[in-house]
Design a protein around this ligand. Structure first.
Ligand code: ZN
Length: 285
């Protein structure tokens, strides 16, 4: 089955080929039927998926070689970014938290969005990494049932929830949203992969390496609240819109939870990979 992979280059929506080394420009390849703007394409998700199915018929001249460093954030202007704290059991233990009875929700403000290969400007001695599975909403709604939730999700992508622990824990109780919203701290991508064609969507291997060392490695079925639970829960409170971004929480192995603690240093390369979804590479400055 062909998977739609919606990315963004030079502000324009693209479809990445199965070979992952080339792409088509969505507006050009659709003969102008689909828009060039990524947010508008997410609203037209089923049309984007139909176009992806026709990639097999594309001519060699329709394709452009993919230079990963040119990839922009595939969701450049979401109205809302939700994030879930403490959503893996082993991570709850390392952060000295009990298991939450309901999803623990905070926001990452959109001004912190970064590109999949963007650099991270460290803001102190306690900046940390958090690999996360990210879901992108296509079909808006309120009061979405768990059973219906996947039909509201366009696709999944890789996310890094960079966190300034000093800012996060400056007060009691801690404030998550600002500590996770420094410039460039919200890296997602490298593209959005159609969730409907991912047979592995409920259980993907996720790995975070820092300068080559594996710091986090998990299967996403270790989540406490899974993607449909989170979509249903959030939509019972907030209206969800096309293009909304949902970070689903990080597994164990974050720098703050290690003994000794291991925070990011200038020159570190943070490599975040999720099976079938791709890799983000962010260099710390
Ligand atoms: Zn997080």
């Amino acid at each position: 089955m062909v998977s739609a992979r919606l990315g963004c280059v030079d502000g324009r929506a693209i479809l990445v080929a199965d070979s992952l080394d080339k792409y088509v420009d969505i507006e050009k390849f659709s003969g102008g039927k689909l828009p060039s703007e990524p947010m508008a394409c997410i609203e037209l998700w089923s049309e984007v998926c139909s176009l992806a199915a026709s990639l097999a018929l594309a001519k060699a001249t329709d394709f452009v070689p993919l230079d990963s460093n040119k990839l922009d954030c595939p969701v450049p202007r979401p109205r809302q970014i939700f994030a879930i704290g403490i959503n893996y059991k082993a991570h709850a233990a390392e952060m000295n938290h009990g298991l939450p009875k309901e999803p623990l929700v905070f926001t990452k403000f959109p001004s912190s969005l970064n590109s999949p290969f963007g650099q991270i400007n460290l803001t102190g001695e306690k900046c940390d990494y958090e690999a996360e599975l990210v879901a992108i909403i296509a079909k808006p709604g309120r009061n979405i049932s768990v059973a219906d939730a996947w039909s509201h999700v366009a696709g999944l992508c890789v996310g890094q929830d960079f966190s300034d622990r000093e800012l996060q824990y400056a007060n009691t109780p801690p404030q998550f949203s600002l500590g996770k919203s420094r410039a460039g701290f919200t890296a997602i991508g490298p593209w959005i992969t159609d969730a409907a064609t991912l047979s592995t969507r409920a259980n993907l291997e996720m790995t975070c390496r820092v300068s080559g060392e594996v710091m986090q490695n998990t299967q996403t079925d270790d989540m406490i609240f899974e993607v449909p639970d989170i979509v249903s829960y959030l939509s019972g409170i907030c209206e969800l819109y096309a293009g909304d971004v949902i970070y689903t929480g990080t597994p164990s192995g974050v720098g703050a939870g290690r003994t000794p603690q291991r925070f990011l240093r200038s020159g570190d390369i943070v490599e975040t990979t999720i099976q079938d979804l791709g890799t983000l590479i962010n260099i710390c400055k």
